[in-house]
Design a protein around this ligand. Structure first.
Ligand SMILES: NC(=O)C1=CN([C@@H]2O[C@H](COP(=O)(O)OP(=O)(O)OC[C@H]3O[C@@H](n4cnc5c(N)ncnc54)[C@H](O)[C@@H]3O)[C@@H](O)[C@H]2O)C=CC1
Ligand SMILES: Nc1nc(O)c(N)c(N[C@@H]2O[C@H](COP(=O)(O)O)[C@@H](O)[C@H]2O)n1
Length: 275
């Protein structure tokens, strides 16, 4: 038997069996998909006061070791991992999978590594060769990112990205000049053979996807809830309200819900509703 890789994360089989019903199956299309768009798992870690971080522009460790291992198990089961540029700037994230047995962590090549995708409509991500995600790609421990943008990216950064296998995807005319539509993003991912995407954040991305007009793009929600309050002034998950016939109604309620305790945290799994 191969020796365990020192930095690799392990998620026990018992926990895997509880999470697996919410995970996309390779080659099996979600029944709600009108046609071939990727399966979307919205997943993040939150405090008891529904916050992702203590202050905007900073990273806050919320997940304990067990739920962090669960996140990496999820990463191993999705073709892509998507974040907004606010998170790319704030966190300098790795966006790879450190789950035992995937490529770079005991496995072959880049097998089981998700494709990082950064939504950056204005081209404001100031990545350098020293960014973790680029260094990992260069070292064969993760895939290089794809950047969705509506702005030109300078040649120097484009070449740097492409040198490690990344790509700039320049969006054509969008219905609104300030935003990239989720339909467009998901269609472009589908065209590039992405069958499943986990969307990790941050606040603007999650609130946008949970908004009444966009929740239809989400299939599954997996949220780690940490036993802590961060206090006002952080990055909050609180989507736009939904109004029907002049009265406020809940934006959405998950279906087929399961609560999975993992260490000090609890992980909420559910299916997004379909009207
Ligand atoms: N606890 C957790 O699980 C996570 C926490 N975070 C935290 O969240 C914070 C970052 O959140 P935010 O500042 O809200 O940044 P964000 O990552 O949501 O990015 C926001 C930016 O993304 C772009 N964007 C988002 N939706 C778009 C759309 N539909 N079309 C076009 N562009 C779109 C816009 O440029 C927007 O300014 C950081 O503090 C980070 O640490 C981020 C991810 C997960
Ligand atoms: N699951 C989870 N728990 C937390 O406590 C977090 N702060 C986050 N943040 C997300 O994970 C990304 C960092 O991932 P790497 O370990 O650097 O690969 C970060 O960008 C957020 O998307 N997630």
């Amino acid at each position: 038997m191969a020796a365990p890789v020192r930095e690799a994360l392990h998620f026990p089989q018992l926990s895997i069996s509880q999470i697996d019903p919410y995970i996309p199956k390779p080659g099996v299309r979600h029944p709600n998909k009108p046609y071939g768009r990727p399966h979307v798992t919205l997943t993040f870690a939150t405090s008891l006061d529904s916050q992702l971080s203590l202050v905007p522009g900073a990273q806050t460790a919320l997940s304990g070791p067990e739920s962090k291992a669960m996140t990496h198990y999820l990463r191993s089961k999705h073709d892509a991992i998507l974040i907004g540029v606010g998170t790319a700037e704030a966190d300098n994230p790795s966006l790879n999978c450190r789950f035992e047995g995937v490529g770079g962590y005991g496995g072959e090549g880049l097998q089981g590594q998700p494709r990082p995708v950064v939504i950056d409509p204005r081209g404001r991500w100031r990545f350098t060769a020293e960014c973790k995600v680029l260094k990992l790609a260069r070292g064969g421990k993760g895939k290089a990112p794809w950047i969705f943008t509506m702005a030109p990216i300078d040649d120097e950064r484009r070449e740097l990205l492409e040198s490690v296998g990344g790509q700039v995807i320049v969006a054509g005319p969008q219905p609104s000049t300030r935003r990239l539509s989720w339909g467009y993003i998901l269609d472009e991912l589908e065209r590039r053979d992405i069958e499943s995407a986990m969307i990790e954040g941050g606040g603007a991305v999650i609130n946008d996807l949970l908004s009444p007009r966009n929740i239809r793009f989400v299939d599954t929600v997996i949220v780690t809830i940490a036993p802590t309050w961060l206090g006002q002034g952080g990055v909050q998950v609180c989507p736009k309200e939904r109004v029907e016939n002049g009265a406020k109604v809940p934006v959405a309620r998950l279906k087929d819900v399961r609560w999975v305790p993992l260490g000090d945290d609890v992980v909420l799994c559910g299916l997004a509703p379909r009207d």
